[in-house]
Design a protein around this ligand. Structure first.
Ligand code: F6P
Length: 377
């Protein structure tokens, strides 16, 4: 019996307009809810609209270094993945082909496999490659694109910090998880009259903390973009206590910059992700002598099913990536602007982080409803 993908591609072959026959799809960096939805969207559009063959590159760029690690992406291969978290291609945040770390004679050495990737792309018959990734993965995509193969990029990160797009898929799903966690902490904080500190992801930018903090109605939001002091945070808590409030919620982005000294006048240690919330919780306890509990949400924010918003955005990004290839619009990244899916040159995107504007509307909204950022403003 003829497979679904062959039936579809034969039906549509008559309307082929481009010289493209085969495309690859790769994803790199940390996973993110919606990756599978991008893959499915791109595969469907490539097969149904253009009759192209699609090859999946597994584990970041590893599938380009070892082509036996590629998989055919047919309609059947992407059936039922729209709502699934993670990525069917596997991923890694190591494995830059330009600086690939390998073990040789008991030592770690760096090798340049970029030309191997180019050779293998030719051997695989790839006419173009869709790369889904964050800043690091997209920078490699741009460089590989310059070296050998037409590439289009799709921005990905729960942190929502890629420039040129108003939002990345994955952010909304992570926001739902963080907000749900804050809601749950709210009720137990209230029962015990405690200070609850919750550390959320956001290595360089505070988008998840800012949005979940507003959505969860917290008292304090600490983000990398706004320097804070423990004293200001505690002053705010004391003031509210005098007004009769008995419990407090503090949301902290993992990338927040700690003040130089802790309340005892000792330097704060340089924290790893997952530790900053604990250090801040200890410091609040040291000053207020209140019961403080700390929750580190960690990778729970990255796992699980994408939200409907992310499924739709990811599907639109995947379809647009195929459209860019069909139009020969290479070296571009898809993006969301004023509700429309557009594209921008990758060159203008990589190396730029989209940070929260401390004077922007969303921060002002938070301040207007009484949230403090621990600063003097
Ligand atoms: O960049 C997205 C992100 O989720 C960051 O918020 C976080 O610091 C990082 O990935 C964690 O990466 P890993 O999975 O390597 O621990």
């Amino acid at each position: 019996m003829m497979s679904r993908s062959r039936r579809h591609s034969q039906r549509h072959r008559t309307v082929l307009t481009s010289t493209i026959q085969t495309i690859g799809i790769a994803n790199g960096g940390g996973d993110c809810p919606g990756l599978n939805a991008v893959i499915r969207g791109a595969v469907h559009a490539a097969i149904l609209e253009h009759g192209w063959r699609v090859i999946g590159i597994t584990n970041g760029y590893d599938g380009l270094i070892w082509p036996e690690r590629t998989v055919p992406l047919t309609m059947d291969a992407v059936a039922d993945i729209l709502s699934r978290g993670g990525t069917i291609l596997g991923t890694t945040n190591r494995g830059n082909p330009f600086h690939y770390e390998v073990e040789e004679d008991g030592k770690t050495v760096t090798r340049d496999y970029s030309l191997t990737c180019c050779d293998n792309m030719r051997k695989l018959g790839l006419d173009a490659l869709v790369v889904i990734g964050g800043d690091g993965t997209l920078a490699i995509a741009r460089d590989l694109g310059r070296l050998c193969l037409p590439i289009v990029g799709v921005p990905k990160t729960i942190d929502n910090d890629i420039s040129a797009t108003e939002v990345t898929f994955g952010f909304d799903s992570a926001l739902h998880v963080a907000t749900d966690a804050i809601d749950r902490l709210h009720t137990t904080a209230e029962s015990h009259g405690r200070v609850m500190v919750i550390e959320v992801m956001g290595r360089d930018a505070g988008w998840i903390a800012l949005h979940s903090g507003i959505a969860g109605g917290v008292d304090v939001i600490l983000i990398p973009e706004i320097p804070f002091t423990i004293e200001t945070v505690c002053k705010k808590i004391r003031e509210q206590e005098l007004e009769g409030k008995k419990f407090f919620l503090v949301v902290v982005a993992e990338g927040v910059k700690l003040p130089a000294l802790d309340p005892a006048g000792k330097p704060f240690p340089a924290p790893r992700p997952g530790q900053v919330g604990i250090l801040i919780g200890d410091a609040i306890h040291a000053l207020l002598k209140k019961d403080v509990r700390v929750t580190v949400l960690g990778h729970i924010q990255r796992g699980g099913s994408p939200s409907p918003f992310d499924r739709i955005l990811a599907t639109r990004f995947g379809v647009k990536a195929v459209e860019l290839i069909a139009r020969g619009n290479f070296g571009h990244m898809v993006c969301l602007r004023a509700g429309e899916i557009e594209s921008v040159p990758l060159d203008g995107v990589v190396g730029k982080t989209r940070l929260v504007d401390p004077m922007g509307g969303i921060v002002r909204t938070a301040r207007a409803v009484g949230i403090t950022f621990g600063d003097q403003a």
